[in-house]
Design a protein around this ligand. Sequence first.
Ligand SMILES: *[C@@H]1O[C@H](CO)[C@@H](O)[C@H](O)[C@H]1NC(C)=O
Length: 299
Amino acid sequence: MGWWSQAAMGVALPPQVSRRWFRHTIPLAIFALLLFYLCAWSLRAFSGCRFGTLSCIAEGPPPLQVRQESGSLEAPEREEPPCLGPQGPLGRMVRPFRASLNPEGDVELSQYLAGWRELIKFLTPFGSIFAFATSEAFTKVTALEARVHGPEAAHYTSLAVMVAWERRAGLLERPGVGPGDSARSSGSRTTLLLHRALRWSQLCLHRVATGTLGGPGAGEQCSDAYNTVLAPHHPWLVRQAVRLAFLSFPDRSHLLELACPGTREAAARAAVVRAASALEDVYNRTQCLLAEAGLLQLA
Ligand SMILES: *[C@@H]1O[C@H](CO)[C@@H](O)[C@H](O)[C@H]1NC(C)=O
């Protein structure tokens, strides 16, 4: 409940009014979000492809190890805090994501999804906005897992294998033909939606971890990330509802405490930066593969 009053103070409303207002508005906002999200996808077209010129294979797997070392430039201490360890909230998430980047420059889907499961667990306590994003993600992860472990499992081992197969199977026709078009239910499309949500999570974590005193708060930083990454794909009503939900976003110290319980702030920040850059490696690789396959506009 702590951040409610902080959020209220943040927008300078009289506490009593704002608290009652929030208590009624946030659930409504979430409800509206869920409702409109379901029928929202066909309304917007993707407009930009910033990293479309990357070569996926050239990046290869080494960046992870390299980054681990260079990460200590930002880290004030070399010791890895427990939150990045095998049982830590960040470590449990980063490990499968790293493992998803295979030496061939592809993304292993089962590891990618295992990473996503941990990311969802990690983000769930962050409040209503993440609860919303993660319940959406949960549905997508489950849908994709059903394919990875389903009768066509052989075609869903990695991102490139899946895309090639779904293209041959005619599942990747351009959308916009109507609500029943097959691209809507393809694994490639599901991956694209998860991919954008991953970008948002990554930017949000990175900004929260590197934010300065007196700079924009965590909620504002993550809201900016939302506006950059996800808002262009959401209809107006969803964007308004998300904006409201951001008012109850936890503050930086609360976020860092969830990420690295019992760790000093500087070390917690450094750990979150490293986790975020592991997510960025996965994002970059996936972005590259989707761009090469011409699938960034599939949804
Ligand atoms: C991801 O790609 C961007 C754009 O090419 C680059 O600036 C960034 O350093 C890459 N991130 C990682 C973690 O490799």
